[in-house]
Design a protein around this ligand. Structure first.
Ligand SMILES: C=C(O[C@H]1C=CC=C(C(=O)O)[C@@H]1O)C(=O)O
Length: 453
């Protein structure tokens, strides 16, 4: 098909002289395009591509090329909010069909903290949000194509897009070789256990209640890790968010079970997730683990702390916050968590960056009190978290948004992958048990890489 039928429509569009960008928005049902075709066809955009898929698989956003990026070395709510609003105000949307339901979005995130390093995370700034050149939604079958206002005639842009779409649909996805593992190495495992023991000594039941301590596992390969291999493998586990985020020579990958928050029509949905037990293939054992989790004092206490803290953080932005007192079980492929959904009616005109600042890091990834735990992590934990346990997500054109806590994640650079996993430490935690729990939390990424220990 070609897009000639839209040409008359395009001719009628009057370009708003204030806009810096024009975004064409069209349906792509006819083309039947796959993720593998997209990442094969747009190879020259490597380092500027992402894929974000919601937990229920109902929503998917693939960005190709970073047309405009908002970047910061510090997380400053006001300046980020103004730049984001100015950017959206400078885009003229040109929807070329009725009934389009996808939304143009900025994709990006904020690093866990501002621990200063020149390390493996240097491809990513402290804060980054990207407006993509092409934004595909393969669930709803729509695409957004954003061009600078003065770059070309709208009809030429439409023709170009038409060429890209037919090129894409005829693309034969590249085949890939699975990279062979060279070394699997836990980073400072004994030191990590010692740190957990030290933290248990420092923690009490009043002034420092909880800290989440993470460790890393480095896997090196004999050759480069192919993005198409990762994309294929990321489809394996359902019921989690999927994040694949390329920047420069790095890719950050996450299969997170945890939504930080979603804002829609002035309502915010979030959840407390804390307290874990492994899930196995043995149904009897699984029933025991779930029952244990629901009744175990330590897990329930840890969960309660997380929930209370989230509710407190959101109080300044809302007068109505709803949740159940008793947590539910959240089931993932390899692990169970205690889980409490929280619904919040937001006051008028609350901006997404205000919420991000208030809620991150939740005690599920930081600790309590938040500031003391954050400082402890910054000073004591080995290495830099970067985007691990950080908020990553989408800010839509109408200001609705969805953010994930990027757990069960790894940083991939050419021939190596660094995996991250942590657990909540409270008074009475056992370093051996927590070590095993982090092993379980490495599993989703080990599985993506098809690596076994
Ligand atoms: C910090 C992680 O998990 C958090 C989320 C759920 C349950 C957790 C726990 O039970 O310790 C952790 O707080 C991680 O996966 O790296």
């Amino acid at each position: 098909m070609n897009l000639v039928e839209y040409e008359d429509l395009v001719e009628e569009v009057i370009i708003d002289s204030d806009s810096d960008y024009i975004t064409l928005h069209i349906p792509i049902h006819e083309y039947d395009i796959s993720h593998a075709q997209l990442f094969t066809y747009f190879k020259e955009y490597t380092g500027e591509r992402y894929w974000f898929q919601s937990k229920d698989g109902e929503f998917d956003s693939i960005g190709i090329g970073y047309r405009k990026s908002i970047t910061r070395d510090k997380f400053k709510v006001q300046s980020l909010t103004s730049e984001k609003n100015e950017l959206y105000d400078s885009i003229q949307m040109v929807p070329l069909n009725d009934g389009l339901s996808s939304r143009l979005s900025l994709f990006g995130g904020v690093k866990f903290d501002d621990k200063d390093t020149n390390d493996e995370w240097s491809d990513f700034s402290m804060v980054e949000f990207h407006l993509p050149v092409y934004q595909f939604d393969l669930v709803r079958q729509e695409v957004f194509y954003t061009i600078p206002q003065h770059s070309q005639k709208l009809s030429d842009a439409l023709e170009e897009l038409s060429g890209v779409l037919s090129g894409l649909s005829q693309t034969e996805p590249d085949t890939y070789e699975r990279a062979e593992v060279s070394i699997i190495k836990d980073i400072f495992p004994d030191e990590w256990k010692r740190l957990v023991d030290e933290a248990v000594d420092v923690l009490d039941e009043e002034s420092f209640l909880k800290v989440v301590l993470a460790r890393q596992r480095l896997i090196t390969f004999k050759s480069g890790i192919d993005p198409l291999f990762l994309l294929d493998r990321l489809r394996d586990e359902k019921d989690t968010y999927t994040i694949y985020y390329e920047k420069g020579a790095s890719a950050f990958v996450s299969k997170s079970p945890e939504r930080l928050f979603e804002i829609e029509d002035n309502h915010l949905w979030t959840n407390a997730i804390a307290g874990s037990a492994p899930r196995t293939k043995d149904e009897e054992e699984n029933a025991y683990q779930q029952d244990f989790l629901l009744h175990d004092e330590k897990n329930r206490y840890e969960h309660e702390l997380v929930r209370q803290s989230i509710v407190e953080d959101l109080k300044p932005y809302s007068s109505v916050i709803e949740y159940d007192e008793v947590p539910e079980i959240l089931k993932n492929k390899y692990i169970y968590h205690l889980h409490t959904p929280i619904k919040v009616s937001l006051n008028e005109d609350i901006e997404v960056f205000e919420i991000l600042k208030a809620i991150h890091p939740t005690p599920a990834v930081g600790g309590l009190p938040k500031k003391i735990a954050q400082d402890y992590i910054k000073e004591q934990e080995y290495g830099t978290r970067g985007l691990y346990a950080a908020p990553i997500g989408l800010i839509h054109e109408n200001n609705d948004s969805e953010f994930v806590v990027s757990l069960r994640s790894m940083l991939v650079s050419k021939t190596s992958a660094t995996l991250f996993a942590g657990c909540g430490i409270v008074k009475g935690s056992s370093s051996e048990k927590e070590f095993l729990e982090t092993d379980v939390k490495f599993t989703p990424m080990m599985n993506v890489l098809e690596v076994e220990t």
